[in-house]
Design a protein. Structure first.
Ligand code: ADP
Ligand code: MG
Length: 255
């Protein structure tokens, strides 16, 4: 649950605690000390100009990118520990990508089942049963046997969400989940995200869907030049930002 004042949060209420995250590519410093702390059940929106480091930050949170510095706790587990089994730890963190990243030669069921068999080593029967339950959560139970090429972009992205959900992660990170979609298909994906939130799923979403952020996000973070410039409720960040840079960016994405 969202802790309104942050202070005095009971131990264990923080699901993701990334602090002082830095990331450089050669001489380019992309993240310059970012804190991303997410409470259980919270839906956090990450906004910021192209190149500000949103994707890099999300990828650093499960060490798909190796942070150059910083600490990273997921449900109290230190992901930067030299002793960590990172592949096992990554199962706690679902990822959803802008480009869906589905296997074109596998149907929807096959795409969801694959990770369950490979990662969790479930039997075909158990994997398919769980995959069908997850496809139902994204309202695609009747598309289980359709291939990505036979699905709309919105349906493909919902398969991508089902694939992440099937592994029963504690948190899901979504990198611009709707920006590759035709406008009329965005709603179905946002609808599923809203339902997940109502079921208590913890999520961090890089997205500029401001209307959705207003109605569903607990907190909005504005990232620019590799630092969090400002954060607050959607209302605060979109209508009464303290920082001129935030106001300027919000102006741009409103048009
Ligand atoms: N693998 C990489 N090698 C070098 N530079 C990279 C790499 N990945 C990202 N960058 C650079 O890092 C900066 C931030 O990129 P990114 O995290 O993708 O920003 P955003 O998602 O906010 O658009 C950009 O300048 C980008 O060119
Ligand atoms: Mg990006």
């Amino acid at each position: 649950m969202l802790n309104p004042d942050g202070a005095g949060a009971p131990a264990g209420s923080r699901l993701l605690e990334a602090r002082g995250i830095r990331k450089s590519y050669a001489a380019l410093e992309v993240l310059r000390g970012v804190d991303l702390v997410v409470e259980r059940g919270e839906l956090v929106f990450l906004i910021g100009p192209s190149g500000s480091g949103k994707s890099t930050l999300l990828r650093c949170c499960n060490r798909l990118e190796e942070p150059s510095a910083g600490t990273l706790l997921v449900d109290g587990v230190d992901l930067m520990s030299p002793r960590i089994d990172i592949n096992r730890a990554r199962r706690q963190i679902g990822m959803v990508f802008q480009g869906f990243n589905l296997y074109p030669h596998l149907d929807a069921l096959g795409n969801v089942t694959l990770a369950l068999r490979k990662v969790l080593r479930l039997s075909r029967r158990d994997a398919e049963a769980r995959a069908m339950e997850t496809l139902a959560l994204v309202h695609l139970q009747d598309k289980a046997r359709s291939y990505p090429g036979q699905l709309s972009g919105g349906q493909q992205q919902r398969v991508g969400i089902a694939r992440a959900l099937a592994l029963e992660p504690k948190i899901i990170l979504m990198d611009e989940p709707t920006s590759a979609l035709d406008p009329e298909l965005v709603g179905s994906v946002l609808g599923v995200i809203r339902e997940l939130r109502e079921r208590g799923m913890t999520m961090v979403i890089a997205s500029h869907e401001m209307g959705f952020a207003r109605s569903a996000a607990d907190r909005v973070l504005f990232l620019e030049g590799g630092v969090i410039v400002e954060q607050g409720t959607a209302e605060q960040v979109f209508t009464s930002a303290r920082e001129a840079r935030t106001r300027q960016f919000v102006q741009q994405i409103m048009h």
